[in-house]
Design a protein around this ligand. Structure first.
Ligand code: AMP
Ligand code: MG
Length: 338
């Protein structure tokens, strides 16, 4: 299959929407990462997403809508969900709601709930509106690869597998949406994203975190969100994360780096001078910039054939939780607290 890449514009949006209505798969930008979209209510179309991504069939997809009206007939919107949508839609907040029979089981991997989100990106919104469909869309990477934050990353992974990629620049947030379980009295974050625990608690009164956000699932432990049990975001090289005082982190990273050949460092801007001539890529000035840069950096390190990666992390809390959740998985939880 030939894959065309086109900047999002009136003409290309019409073409992409027509493909979606035919049951085909189209990649498009959102504020979090690029998505691999298809008609959420068309079983064959949704299967084509799983095939293009080589995604395990037990990992459900997020259904993207352009406004709340589009949820009508798809799921039961509770009062608390309503309040959270008022506060954070459009935006990087995915809500799990009880699904109706109209949503096929392939979309939700057989679960009784459907994940729904309204993306805050003009191209995503225009595409959903133009197609008139709720769009099921996971991240547009091949399973196990870092999520794509630019159209070129999608092309690397999806070339020859899908008919079209809509280009819309680099993604502003850079990590996937917050996934929130709102079925209980207190909402629970299953996957951290740019909408933080505090932001949810402010609206919902309280908010908890799923226990496995910063550690691997234990043998036999139930995965509240099926995506958490799969290997994720892995660079080819082994990665170790160092968290703590700048000075201690720099010292520990330099010792490891100097003791072997072929290493690369990921560090925050203020520490770069202290790392001298060592091979290094920036994770920006703060956790938000780190989130925006992380997946791109992991792809760059694969290209550079890094033998091992030493990364400076943040304390896994507040707005750094999202980026640290991804980094920890990329490092197979090899983290050193200094
Ligand atoms: P991605 O589409 O790559 O951003 O992944 C979607 C994430 O949402 C995965 O981690 C899924 O496991 C999670 N998810 C989607 N639907 C559900 C659901 N009904 N219940 C729990 N988690 C879900
Ligand atoms: Mg993904």
């Amino acid at each position: 299959m030939h894959t065309i890449c086109q900047p999002a514009g009136e003409e290309s949006l019409r073409r992409a929407a027509a493909l979606l209505r035919e049951g085909q798969v189209v990649a498009f930008p959102t504020e979090t990462v690029y998505g691999l979209g298809a008609d959420a209510l068309n079983e064959g179309a949704v299967r084509a997403i799983f095939a293009a991504k080589e995604r395990p069939a037990d990992n459900p997809l997020i259904v993207h809508v352009a406004d709340r009206g589009q949820l009508e007939g798809l799921c039961e919107v509770t009062d608390i969900a309503e309040k959270l949508m008022d506060a954070y839609w459009p935006g990087p907040l995915t809500l799990l709601l009880k699904k109706t029979d109209r949503v096929p089981d392939v979309t939700t991997a057989g679960l009784p709930t459907v994940a729904v989100r309204c993306p805050n990106h003009p191209v995503a919104l225009a595409l959903i509106r133009e197609s008139g469909l709720p769009i099921a869309a996971p991240s547009a990477n091949r399973s196990g690869r870092p999520s794509p934050t630019a159209a070129a990353h999608v092309y690397e992974d999806m070339q020859g597998r899908i008919p079209m990629i809509l280009e819309g620049g680099s993604c502003r947030v850079g990590v996937e949406s917050t996934v929130l379980d709102v079925s209980g009295d207190v909402p629970c974050i299953l996957r951290p994203g740019a909408i933080t625990q505090d932001m949810i608690a402010r609206v919902a009164g309280d908010c908890t975190l799923a226990p496995s956000i910063m550690r691997p699932l234990r043998e036999g432990e139930h995965a509240p969100s099926p995506g958490m049990k799969h290997r994720h975001y892995a660079p080819r090289a082994r990665m170790t994360i160092f968290v703590g005082d700048d000075e201690k982190v720099v010292k520990a990273i330099c010792e490891r780096y100097d003791a072997a050949e072929g290493g690369w460092i990921l560090a925050q801007d203020r520490c770069l001078p202290a790392l001298g001539e060592r091979r290094c890529l920036s994770l920006g000035r703060d956790a938000q910039e780190g989130a925006r840069l992380l997946f791109q950096r992991l792809r760059e390190l694969d290209e550079k054939n890094a033998a091992f990666i030493l990364a400076q992390g943040w304390e896994a809390e507040g707005d750094a939780l999202a980026v640290m959740n991804r980094m920890a998985r990329a490092a197979a939880f090899d983290m050193i607290q200094l």
